[in-house]
Design a protein. Structure first.
Length: 142
């Protein structure tokens, strides 16, 4: 039995890494280059950046950075960004929306405790959530 069959037809890590590097190089705009990968132990993540051509004296070149739990994930994230594919987690904007939604709910919970001496019931929560204005897309009316 060959090694790939023993692994359940899953490509070895080195194939994943080679494929990820190839995808990034295919996605690179003209005159861009890829920087080295790096590991940030403080955040337990890998980083890899693509750097654009130097725009001229005193100016900083444009760059895009991919992050992930390992080198392959960071390269795939960079590839997605270079191709304009949105991040599955929605990036920073989705994180901001999530925190604002939580703050809204915490305020409703605090109001309920002050007014009724208890937290929100499930029914009250269902009635409060539609009043949250943050989930409205730009251009829509609440």
């Amino acid at each position: 039995m060959n090694s790939r069959a023993a692994q359940g037809d899953r490509a070895p890590v080195s194939d994943d890494l080679d494929n990820a590097w190839s995808a990034v190089h295919e996605a690179l705009p003209t005159r861009w280059r890829v920087g080295p990968t790096g590991h940030d132990p403080g955040h337990s993540m890998w980083l890899v950046s693509a750097i654009g051509p130097h725009p001229g004296r005193g100016k900083v070149p444009q760059s895009v950075t991919g992050t992930g739990e390992d080198e392959v994930a960071a390269l795939r994230d960079l590839d997605d960004q270079l191709r304009g594919i949105p991040r599955p987690d929605g990036g920073r904007m989705e994180e901001r929306r999530r925190r604002l939604r939580l703050a809204f709910l915490e305020g409703a919970e605090e109001h309920s405790r002050l007014e009724h001496g208890r937290g929100l019931t499930t029914g009250e929560l269902d009635r409060v959530l539609p009043h949250y204005p943050g989930d409205v897309e730009p251009g829509e009316t609440p």
